[in-house]
Design a protein around this ligand. Structure first.
Ligand code: SF4
Ligand code: SF4
Ligand code: ZN
Length: 266
C-alpha cells in the first residue's frame, strides 16, 4: 500500500491510497466516522430555561456542538477508564452555561471545567433570548465514539472514489466541447499538440459527460481498480490528520486482536 498526500488542512485531508481493495478504503472511511473518539456533551441538568426552546431542543443542540481539547489523549472513554465508567477527571469534564436576554447565546458562551477544553467554533447559535429570558444549566462532557451516538462522530464528510484514468486518443481534434461540459473544470485545450489535456485527474467525478460529448470517441474515462482518492472532513473537534491516524490505529488494533484470537484457537 502507498499513500500520497494531496491536500492537508486542519479539518480536511485528501490523499491517494494505492494498492488496496475497496473494502480496505471503506474500512478507513467507516473507522473515521464511527471509531475515533471525540468529546461531546453527554448529560445536561437544566435549572432555568425561560427561552422559547424546549429543554429537549436545547439539549439536542448542545449535544451536537463540536468540542475540542488541547490534549485529547488525557481523556478516556468512560467504559475503558480505571473508574469503570463511574465518572472521574480522566473520563469527564464539567460544563456550564448561564445567559440572560436580550442576547444570542453561542457555543463560545459555554464554560468548561478544563481550561484546555473549548467549543471548536465560537459562533454556533444555541438560542435567541428575549428580554428577561434566562438559561442556566450544567452538563458533563465525555469522550466516546460515533458508533455509540452521532454527537461523538468527528468525521463528517468521509468518502472515497476510484482514481480515474482519463485517456485522450490520437484522433482528438482539440475542439474543446468536452472542456465546456466538464463540471470540475479539469480539462483544457490550447497547448502543445492541440489535444485536450487533463489538469487534475484526482478531482474528476467520473461523470463521463466528456465521453458523451465527444462525437468521435476521442476521450475515455476508466476507474483504476486499486487506487482511491480519499476525502475526509472533520467537525473541527479533532484535526483531519489525527482522525485518519486514529482510524488507521483502530483498524490495526482490531486486526491484531483478531489475529491473536485466531492464534489461540489453532
Ligand atoms: S476529446 Fe473530443 S470533445 Fe474533447 S477536445 Fe478532443 S475531440 Fe473535442
Ligand atoms: S468524467 Fe466528468 S469530471 Fe471527469 S473529466 Fe469527464 S466531464 Fe470532467
Ligand atoms: Zn473515569
Amino acid at each position: 500500500m502507498k499513500v500520497e498526500l494531496l491536500e492537508l488542512a486542519e479539518d480536511r485531508v485528501r490523499f491517494l491510497l494505492r494498492g488496496v481493495t475497496p473494502a480496505f478504503a471503506n474500512g478507513i472511511r467507516r473507522a473515521c466516522l464511527a471509531e475515533v473518539p471525540s468529546l461531546a456533551i453527554d448529560e445536561i441538568s437544566i435549572y432555568d430555561n425561560t427561552s422559547v426552546l424546549f429543554d429537549e431542543q436545547l439539549s439536542l443542540r448542545l449535544g451536537l456542538v463540536p468540542i475540542k481539547a488541547e490534549d485529547l489523549s488525557l481523556y478516556r472513554v468512560p467504559e475503558e477508564c480505571d473508574c469503570g465508567g463511574a465518572g472521574c477527571p480522566a473520563c469527564q469534564v464539567g460544563m456550564t452555561l448561564t445567559a440572560e436576554g436580550p442576547a444570542t447565546v453561542h457555543s463560545g458562551d459555554l464554560r468548561f471545567g478544563d481550561p484546555g477544553v473549548k467549543a471548536a467554533f465560537e459562533k454556533i447559535p444555541i438560542a435567541i433570548l428575549g428580554e428577561g429570558e434566562k438559561l442556566m444549566l450544567e452538563g458533563i462532557v465525555t469522550l466516546n465514539r460515533g458508533a455509540i451516538h452521532t454527537k461523538w462522530q468527528a468525521g463528517t464528510q468521509c468518502g472515497f472514489k476510484n482514481l480515474p484514468q482519463i485517456r485522450i486518443g490520437e484522433n482528438c481534434e482539440g475542439c474543446g466541447k468536452c472542456v465546456d461540459v466538464c463540471p470540475r473544470k479539469i480539462l483544457a485545450t490550447g497547448e502543445g499538440d492541440g489535444k485536450v489535456k487533463v489538469t487534475d485527474p484526482t478531482s474528476c467525478s467520473l461523470c463521463k459527460l466528456c465521453v458523451v460529448e465527444c462525437e468521435i470517441g476521442a476521450i475515455e474515462v476508466v476507474p483504476i481498480k486499486d487506487i482511491f482518492v480519499m476525502k475526509i472532513d472533520t467537525d473541527g473537534s479533532i484535526s483531519a490528520k489525527d482522525l485518519v491516524e486514529g482510524a488507521a490505529a483502530e483498524i490495526k488494533r482490531r486486526a491484531s486482536s483478531l489475529s491473536q484470537r485466531l492464534g489461540e484457537l489453532s
